[in-house]
Design a protein around this ligand. Structure first.
Ligand code: AMP
Ligand code: GLY
Length: 430
């Protein structure tokens, strides 16, 4: 366990890392929580300091910082830092780090690697066809009798932009334009059903089910409009049968396969599932907590117990012998985005109102920043697409939904927009 004189460093800057910073800070186990580069809203938390000049990808600077500050643990949160092997660099330098190595993070970083491993481990997933180039894929679809709908996926991290679900001939045409220049592609069948994400703590061949969440990828109410980085999330109460199936038929076989190929997995595994009529099938694996799923799940748990889990996996390389149970049952997280998002032309630099009232918020409401900056004059401005988000936790699901929307409205800026139906499922029953 961490000692109260220890310092921790979190790599990342969005709402997910803000929620993590709160966990480390509230655990009382660390005298200092650094976040690199972080965002200035995090510094509302006592003993949290952003190291804005230390941004990824500069592993050597991160190593120097860890040495000079005697950092006890580094939590590597974003997908690119994991895929590029920051954990390997840190561990190679004798620094304790939470997160999978580059080899294990291929589960997210390469769709082809992940798919081949799933086939080898007999994990249920959509049937794939592997294409060595964009032109091969295009020729194949044109000449074969493949029927729409189908899914096209580019290999490699693409910031959520490497997947196109093609329902119509026009979608397919647009997909070819969109995927031009990509090397390896996967063509796969479309899965239909309900999408749910399950999160596991993993240590080599051991897995511990953490929790589940649903996110909202589309910009507009009713799942309309363009895909975004995520407009909000809520805790999903997964049935025991779903969890048992996912653990036995998906997570343990994948961990075993990774272990066999010399890349044992230590960290959080995100299992993106489609619950189809034929049972749950894997859409994707991510090698980390989701954003914005982390913002709705982490505040439900005891911060000390979460830190014990992180430290035990990173330092002792095992899952601790204790149950992790949420202290509160329901949560909703609503994101506020800038006008124009997700296009690159956005209305930025707008004054954000309402942050001076945060101290009066009830203790079941949390704010997490992302694309936000503080001007020298003290004014708060939006500086990115997803600006901030509000989480409300409650044992009353309707209260979580209603209050999350009530409180996100208290934070205002010109052009700011949030999706009004995030968490509405909780009021209609699951
Ligand atoms: P991925 O990058 O593989 O995680 O996919 C991103 C999103 O694309 C998923 O969350 C799904 O909404 C959608 N998706 C991916 N694969 C499929 C599939 N085979 N059928 C339907 N939707 C899919
Ligand atoms: N919410 C999806 C992700 O973090 O990838």
């Amino acid at each position: 366990m961490g000692k109260t004189e220890d310092k921790v460093l979190i790599i990342g800057q969005g709402g997910r890392e803000h929620a993590l910073a709160r966990v480390f800070q509230k655990s009382g186990l660390f005298k200092k929580v650094f976040v690199a580069p972080g965002n200035p809203l995090m510094e509302f938390l006592e003993r949290v300091e952003c190291v804005s000049e230390l941004s990824y990808p500069e592993p050597s600077k991160i190593v120097d910082f860890c040495r000079s500050q005697r950092i006890a643990l580094v939590y590597v949160s974003p997908d690119n830092a994991l895929a590029e092997g920051l954990v390997d660099v840190l561990v190679g330098d004798g620094i304790k780090a939470f997160g999978p190595t580059k080899g294990a993070a291929r589960l997210e970083g390469s769709k082809i690697f992940a798919k081949k491993l799933m086939l080898e481990a007999q994990v249920p997933t959509a049937h794939p066809l592997f294409m060595g180039s964009y032109h091969d894929a295009k020729d194949f679809v044109a000449r074969s009798c493949l029927k729409l709908p189908l899914v096209l996926k580019a290999d490699g991290l693409a910031l959520g932009k490497g997947v196109v679900v093609c329902e119509t001939a026009q979608d397919l045409e647009e997909a070819w334009d969109f995927l031009k220049g990509h090397q390896n592609l996967v063509i796969e069948e479309v899965l239909r059903g309900r999408e749910v994400s399950l999160f596991y703590f993993c240590a080599g061949r051991e897995a511990y089910y953490f929790d589940s969440a649903c996110d909202y990828k589309r910009l507009l109410v009713g799942n309309k409009g363009p895909n975004t980085g995520g407009m909000g999330s809520y805790r999903y109460h997964a049935e025991t049968t779903l969890v048992t199936f996912t653990t036995q038929k998906i997570v343990l076989p994948i961990l075993e396969a990774l272990h066999r190929c010399g890349s044992p997995y230590f960290g959080i595994l995100y299992v993106g599932l489609m619950i189809t009529n034929e049972g749950p099938k894997v859409l994707e694996f991510n090698a980390r907590l989701g954003d914005p799923e982390a913002q709705c799940l982490l505040p439900l748990y005891d911060p000390g117990e979460l830190c014990e889990m992180f430290q035990s996996i990173a330092i002792d390389r095992r899952i601790p012998l204790r149950d992790l149970r949420p202290r509160v049952q329901h949560s909703v997280h609503v994101v506020k985005v800038s006008e124009g998002y997700p296009a690159s032309e956005m209305k930025l630099g707008q004054d954000i109102q309402g942050l001076d009232q945060l101290e009066q918020w009830p203790e079941n409401c949390f704010i997490f920043g992302a694309g936000i900056t503080k001007h020298m004059s003290g004014r708060w401005l939006n500086s990115g697409g997803r600006v901030l988000g509000v989480t409300v936790i409650s044992n009353d699901p309707c209260e979580a939904y209603q209050k999350a929307h009530e409180y996100i409205k208290k934070i205002q800026f010109n052009g700011g927009f949030s999706r009004g139906d995030v968490g509405a499922e909780l009021c209609r029953g699951l």
